[in-house]
Each structure stands twice: as C-alpha cells, then as structure tokens.
Design a protein around this ligand. Structure first.
Ligand SMILES: Nc1ncnc2c1ncn2[C@@H]1O[C@H](COP(=O)(O)OP(=O)(O)O)[C@@H](O)[C@H]1O
Ligand SMILES: O=C(CO)[C@@H](O)[C@@H](O)COP(=O)(O)O
Length: 544
C-alpha cells in the first residue's frame, strides 16, 4: 500500500503552523510557521481594556502561507498522496458573519472595525455579560451552566456576542450569525461557509456555547431573549447539530485545491480547539491530564462517559461528550495566563530600556531575559518565607472562572531582586495549576498521569521542574514540537478514513515523550507551605 499524507494546521494566539505528516509513520516531512502581521503590530487590541481582536485576513494569509510553505519541499508524488487536512484554533474565538458566512471585517465597511473581527479567547470585555448570563442561568428551570462547571466565562461565545451587539449598532444590523474561528476557517477550505449548513465543532459548541444534547442543542430562545432581547432569534441562525473531529466537514474546494496545489479529493476534517487536538497529539489516554502550556494553559482530561458522565464537575470549563475523541467525555480546565505572566514581567523590565536605550538594546535584553531570570531563579533556595504571587494577571479561568480578579505579589523587601520576583511568578503559575489538579481530585476525577506540551513545556526545564515539585507528580513532556498540529494531522487521518479511530491514529503517528520531570522530595513540603500561603493571598484578594 502507498503511504498517505495528512496536513494539520494549528492556529495559536500569535502564530499559525502547518505540518505535512506521513499518516502511516507519523513522520513530519514539511512544516511552516506564520506570525499574524496585523496582530503583531497590536492592531485592534487594547490590553488595558482586555480587548483582543484578530482580523480574518491574518487567518487567511496564515492558512495559505503555512500550507504552501509546509508543502514547498515535497515532491509532486507526495502532493498527490495528501488525503486530509484538519485545523485547530484557539477558542472561544467567535466572529460575526453575514448570510454567506463572510466575517464582517472582510467587507469594506467593517474592515477596520474591531467588532466585526474575531474576538480572541483572552478578550475579557464581556465580564458584565458573563455575570448576567450566570445570574439568569442559575435561576432558570434548567441551569444551562451545569455542564460548564456552573460558571459561564467572559472568554466564551454568548458573553462576547451579547457584548458586541450591545456596543455596535452596525454589527447588530449586519451580523446574520456567529462562527467560531475553528468552524469558519475549516469551512473556508471547503468553499461552503453558509452559517446555517456548516458542520460546527462539538468541542467548541459544548465547551463554550452551552450546547448539550439534554438541551436539544443551544439554550432556548426564551432564555436568550430574557438575557437580552438583542439575542432574540439568533438561535435560529446558529445550529442544532454538532460534529466530532473524526468526521469530515467536506472536501477541498476547487479554488483552494488550486491555491494549495492539492486535489479536490482531499477531505477537510471538522475543526476543534487547539488544546483538544493537542491532547490527541500528546497521545492522551483515559485519565491522563494533558496540559498545553504556553501563553495560557489549557488542561484536558478524557474519561469514559459511563464512568464520569453522570457527575457534574464544579468550576471547570466544561465536560463534553466527544470534545476530544468520540465516545469519551472531554473535560477542560486551564489558566488564562501562564507564560503571559512571565512575558508581562519581562515587558515591565524591557519597557523602560526600550524608551531610554532604544529598540536594539531592548530586543537584545528581551531575547535573553526569561532564560537569564530562570537560571538565576533556579539557584535560589526554596524557603517558607519566599515571596508569594498570584497568577491572575489575566483573571482566573479555573477553578471557578472569575476574570475580574487581578494578580498580586506579597512579601517584598529591600532584598527582593528580579530573580526572586520571577521565581515567585513561576511558582504562582505552578500553584494555579495545583489548584486545578486538586479540584479534579476533589470532584472525584482521578489523574493517572500528567503530560505537558506547548512552548513553555518544551523551552523551560526550570518551569517544568517547579511544576513537578508543586504538583508532587511526575510530568512527561511530549517529543512533538508542534503537538497541536500533529494532533490535527491525526484527526485528519481519521476524517479521511486512513485510520478507523483516534486511538489507532495515535498509535501509528504518535512520537512519544522526550523528557520527564520528577518531584524533588526536598522541596515538596516547603511547596506545600507556600501553596497554603498562595491560597490565603488568593482568598484575601478575592475578598473571601
Ligand atoms: N524560556 C522560557 N521560559 C519560560 N517561558 C517562556 C520561555 N520562552 C518563552 N516563554 C513563554 O512562552 C509563551 C508562549 O508559548 P507558546 O506555546 O510558544 O505560544 P502560544 O501559547 O501562543 O501557542 C510566552 O508567554 C512566553 O512568555
Ligand atoms: O482556551 C483555549 C481552548 O479552550 C485555548 O484556545 C487558549 O487557551 C489558547 O491558548 P494558547 O494561545 O495556545 O496559550
């Protein structure tokens, strides 16, 4: 039998990457990364207001450039053997579209309007709307938040839609429907973006849009209208059915086949969120806890429906049948800032250097700063009186979403230098992780092993060792540099019929683990003391 090839595309927060992978062996034969050009310039964003928007042109350019770039070195023979493409993206990252599924920002009259663009997961402009949804849901006949941990977040679909409809009359008039980034960009490849007929991702719908089979799909029109009459009728323009990522969304359209130099026989798989496809790429198995550690963390656990499905897990980002693999319950949690906390601190130091000494000096410093601070922090002793910090620089995603919360640092004195603060920030991200792990265990969900993927997991032994010490659990790091894109390629292989199940795709295409961090017994007890102090500082800041 001839080998077949699949393409996995992973749209992250700052960049997009594509891999061309041999579906029989898992060997990557082509790869390409593209940074979003408008996003890189900070356009359409206002961090002080937590507004983070992405232009659909950044996505379209990234799609074309990465797939073409990844295919650039492959032979014509191999091109002909490409059978599938699947895409993962961040989420919840919804955008308004017209009747044809065209994002409003692709129309000339909306091209510079941030409200006509995709609203990135980390945009928290809809805190008030999320709170209103929670208050209503908790007093409604059926609590629509019960399968998303009991708390709806401002990072998610409905809160973002409502906020945008409230503040922008032009979007109100022209938005026929709304699509998640992962649904739209996958649909684009098939040439059918009709919002009424595209196959919407179970993962996105279940974790972020309150879709559940028990509710016959999305929350009722009555509920949405009570939340705000601006939402009245929108349900009819959305969807009832959802699809898992082992299924096709369609075939490559003639236009895209031409653009990419591929055949229209290529199957395009149903899209999903990066973390969920990343978990597949990291060879998730039942009760393994896969952490995608980068700008933020997204944590995924998968369990047989019959074992966990009857329980409602408090304070996480949802439990969704089939969000990772069909027939399994996918549970999601995470931290809204992980590497972003280190990036914030690095920016604090390099900012004045940029102003006083210029770009070159600042860029040199910026490249060296986090590795330097990590090396210095690794040499510091771990003592019960160390500086304590909170990781809530972008609010708290889990346990118990609250994006109005802010970070704090306590225990500073004249002897506190940058390395000590950096150490406290790394520990804060590890303590935030520990509170998530504890919540799963308290809720009766065992964690059999911890697997890490993502930029921080690959780049920082210091962070990973601290995490292992604080969690008091070993952590395996997946070998794949681009585990999310590899997971997308595995999903493509199933959607295209090369492998019958996700498990079979993982077995054939998985690349295993290349590092393992074990807790250092001499630090475990001190970290327990420091963790209690982290919880106390958190309770104080939260006013509990
Ligand atoms: N050496 C390092 N140690 C710890 N964190 C790092 C290091 N280098 C980069 N980071 C952090 O990695 C994050 C980016 O992670 P990455 O997985 O590459 O991107 P994304 O989350 O967009 O997919 C940034 O927040 C940055 O602060
Ligand atoms: O929240 C989710 C998925 O549910 C992620 O898309 C989001 O954390 C994106 O994270 P990164 O940019 O990869 O750190």
């Amino acid at each position: 039998m001839n080998d077949s090839y699949v393409i996995g595309v992973d749209f992250g927060s700052d960049s997009v990457r594509a891999l061309v992978v041999n579906a029989q062996t898992g060997e990557t034969i082509g790869t390409h990364v593209h940074e979003y050009s408008r996003w890189k310039q900070g356009l359409y964003c206002d961090p002080a207001r937590s507004q983070f928007r992405q232009h659909p042109l950044d996505y379209l350019e990234g799609l074309t450039e990465t797939i073409n770039g990844a295919l650039a070195g492959v032979t014509d023979e191999i091109r002909k053997q490409v059978v599938g493409i699947s895409i993962d993206t961040t989420g919840s990252t919804p955008g308004p579209v017209d009747e044809t599924g065209l994002p409003l920002a692709l129309r000339p009259d909306f091209s510079e309007n941030p409200n006509g663009m995709f609203i990135l997961w980390k945009d928290h402009t809809a805190n008030a709307e999320a709170e209103e949804l929670n208050n209503l849901a908790h007093h409604w006949d059926v609590d629509y938040t019960k399968y998303v941990g009991g708390i709806y977040s401002s990072e998610w679909f409905w809160a973002k839609i409502l906020r945008t409809l409230r503040v922008d009359e032009a979007v109100r008039q022209h938005a026929f429907s709304w699509v998640e980034h992962c649904d739209w960009i996958s649909a684009v490849l098939t040439g059918n973006t009709n919002p009424l007929t595209i196959r919407r991702s179970r993962c996105a719908a279940g974790h972020k849009a309150l879709w559940h089979s028990e509710f016959d799909g999305l929350p009722s029109d009555e509920f949405l209208t009570r939340l705000d009459p601006l939402l009245s009728g929108l349900r009819e323009h959305l969807f009832t059915d959802t699809y898992t990522s082992d299924l096709p969304i369609g075939n490559l359209s003639a236009e895209w086949a031409e653009k990419l130099g591929l055949s229209t026989d290529v199957v395009v798989g149903v899209g999903a969120f990066d973390a969920h496809m990343g978990a597949i790429g990291a060879e998730i198995e039942p009760y393994a806890f896969v952490r995608i550690i980068g700008t933020s963390t997204c944590d995924i656990l998968m369990a047989p429906n019959e074992e966990i499905g009857h329980r409602l897990i408090r304070g996480i980002c949802g439990q969704v049948d089939g969000s990772v693999a069909p027939g399994m319950l996918g549970l999601e949690a995470g931290q809204s800032a992980f590497g972003d906390l280190y990036a914030w601190f690095a920016g604090l130091i390099t900012g004045p250097v940029r102003e006083l000494l210029g770009t070159e000096a600042a860029d040199t410093l910026s490249r060296q700063l986090i590795p330097h601070l990590s090396a210095q922090a690794a040499k510091l002793p771990v003592t019960p009186t160390d500086v304590i910090a909170l990781d809530w620089i972008n609010g708290r995603r889990t346990p118990d979403a609250n994006h109005t919360l802010k970070a704090a640092i306590s225990g500073l004195n004249l002897g506190t230098d940058a390395a000590k603060v950096f150490k406290a920030l790394v520990e804060a991200t590890a303590f935030g992780s520990r509170s998530i792990v504890d919540r799963f265990i308290e809720e009766g969900v065992p964690i059999k092993k911890v697997i890490a993927i993502g930029g921080v997991a690959k780049k920082s032994a210091f962070v990973m060792q601290t995490l292992a010490d604080v969690l008091n659990k070993p952590i395996q790091v997946a070998s794949a540099d681009q585990a999310c894109a590899l997971g997308a390629a595995m999903c493509a292989s199933v959607a295209a019929g090369v492998h019958p199940t996700m498990e079979a795709a993982q077995q054939a295409m998985g690349s295993g683990f290349d590092a393992e961090y074990h807790p250092r017994p001499e630090h475990v007890a001190t970290y327990e003391t420091l963790y209690q102090k982290y919880l106390a500082l958190g309770a104080f800041v939260e006013g509990r």
